[in-house]
Design a protein around this ligand. Structure first.
Ligand code: 6PG
Length: 236
């Protein structure tokens, strides 16, 4: 079957603060729409530091938290309480401050190392299409823990979850949802800010085959991006 091309909608925002605000608004709107339509909201959180500002804004939001089911797009193979865990960043900035039932926050047990991939695949076994997948973009065009030169799990028969042993962004050991599983989503929202992402944005817009381009949901992807990264000139 011919692979679907990626449909990308670029949303330029003035600065990082505006980006975080827009992201939080879009997350809450997706939650409200999903809960109204299906009485639940299946959201996949992005790791890294970019989403922190949006997560902090969600801390004070009013939402039907009991109907949220929270998953993670990837996790670093570190001890469960390590400060560098993606789940730790989300919990400290947001999840621990709102009444989402603990059973609704589905952590990747990445402290187990590679075996966590099968464990998390089992967690996802009965989970259908995500309502919203949040993703970041690395300087090399990676997203989640899908890095250039590795297998991103694009083929339709790819596993839902992959173990990564040689990630160029520390730590080298990671667990990641595959490209095909991240693409099984009603909405995918990338958040991209910071001068150091300029090259990856340019590569993406010029059609280079970076991992972010492998995320191809039927409804396309939306990218919140600082408008300075869409111009060709570099910051002075
Ligand atoms: C991780 C993330 C990774 C991240 C990008 C961007 O574990 O690091 O999953 O994909 O989203 O590297 O990271 P920043 O938002 O910190 O720039």
């Amino acid at each position: 079957m011919k692979e679907r091309a990626q449909d990308v909608r670029w949303h330029a925002v003035a600065n990082a603060e505006a980006l975080q605000q827009r992201a939080a608004e879009r997350i809450l709107q997706a939650a409200s729409d999903s809960i109204r339509a299906r009485n639940c909201f299946l959201v996949v959180l992005a790791g890294g530091q970019t989403p922190r500002g949006a997560y902090v804004l969600l801390r004070r939001a009013k939402a039907d938290w009991a109907k949220w089911q929270v998953f993670f797009g990837d996790e670093r193979c570190l001890p469960a309480d390590d400060a560098d865990r993606n789940s730790r960043m989300a919990s400290d900035s947001w999840l621990d401050q709102v009444p989402i039932p603990k059973a609704n926050v589905h952590l990747i047990p990445a402290e187990l190392g590679a075996p966590a991939a099968e464990v998390y695949a089992e967690t996802l076994r009965n989970v259908g299409e995500f309502d919203l997948v949040l993703l970041g973009l690395g300087e090399d065009g990676h997203t989640a823990s899908l890095f250039p030169g590795r297998d991103w799990g694009v083929a339709l028969d790819s596993p839902d979850v992959v173990a990564v042993a040689d990630a160029p962004k520390p730590p080298s050991g990671r667990i990641s949802l595959s490209a095909v599983r991240l693409s099984r989503a009603r909405q995918v929202l990338f958040m991209v800010e910071g001068e150091r992402k300029r090259g990856a944005v340019s590569d993406w817009r010029n059609g280079l085959d970076i991992p972010a381009r492998a995320i191809r949901p039927a409804n396309g992807v939306d990218v919140l991006v600082e408008d300075k990264l869409l111009s060709s000139k570099r910051a002075s």
